[in-house]
Ligand binder design. Sequence first.
Ligand code: SF4
Length: 379
Amino acid sequence: MSKLGLYVHIPFCKQKCLYCDFSSYTGLEHLFVAYTTALCQQIAEQGGMLCKPVVDTVYIGGGTPSLLPAESMEQILRSLYSSFTIEDKAEISMEANPGTVTLTQLARLKTAGINRVSFGVQSFNNELLRRLGRIHTLYDSMTALEYAQAVGFNTISIDLMYGLPGQTLSGFAADLKQAAALPIQHISVYGLKLEEETPLALAYERGELELPDETEEEAMYDLMTSFLPAQGLFRYEISNFAFTGRECRHNLKYWRYQPYLGLGCAAHSFSHGQRISSTASVQEYISAIAGGRSPIVMRDILTPGQSMAEYIFLALRTTRGMVVCDFSQQFETDFFEHFGITCEKLENQSLIATDKKQVWLTEKGMKFGNIVFRSFLPD
Ligand code: SF4
């Protein structure tokens, strides 16, 4: 039986990045205290309702969790520890942004229980950071990483991006090289996606934004997949690389279809084929909790077909792929009976491979994952 993972959402940012469509808001500093109070109340209620379940991963994401004052984050961590049975060896991650951390703050958070920190570095090129609307510079990233190392977090991770406006292949190569020379154990690398209605997407529609073309972007992707493993950072998921044993255990839960509980506004939960989402509005969340109402706004019960497709889709994102007997155990049915023909087609296209015990994406399949994932969806 897998243990529970907790996701805690902190919806505040100092400035909205030009490509961001996450549930994060600026100018709400006056709600820091009220949000922390509501969050701690929800943590206590959920922990009590579930009889203090055993938790082996906690992920505090956002937004920018490092924007909350250290005393608020300490209060949240105390609530988590008193309301859930958090294992001694639990992974407790927090997202942070360079430009929003101090040495004292990180030291306090480590003492309060955080043992893994993930910095949204995105690039080491100041001009590219400016084009993305990020608040930080190369100097801020290096300083934040120096602080994190000095404080002694178990795992330090960074996020990088490629396919950025004006980014060249050699510029991305320089970012990767700089990343590999840092005292980090984990790296996530994402291609820029133009999300609808974001300032970058609108600028692109107006013809005011030049992006690397498809060939250049593919070359960046290929470079990432060859360069990082050569540095010992093995690829364990489409966008994630880590030294052995430093994979993000919390994110692995998502890909392994294991249960997690979301706390805070815009947080999602999953268990027993049911997905639940809380209101994305900070104000609504605070008033719901204060008024004794549920902040839940969406409950989605997946059909067996949707559940199977999602299970396969998520497992195939990892380089381990999908373990056939795990699927059979989960759904009490034979995988190849359901998906044998689909698998044969995808194998013929060199998108997946299988030894009948496991099914995984080939290099080509990793690149064209969407084609594979669509094939498993119910009609
Ligand atoms: S820091 Fe992250 S969550 Fe906040 S606006 Fe930028 S991309 Fe979005």
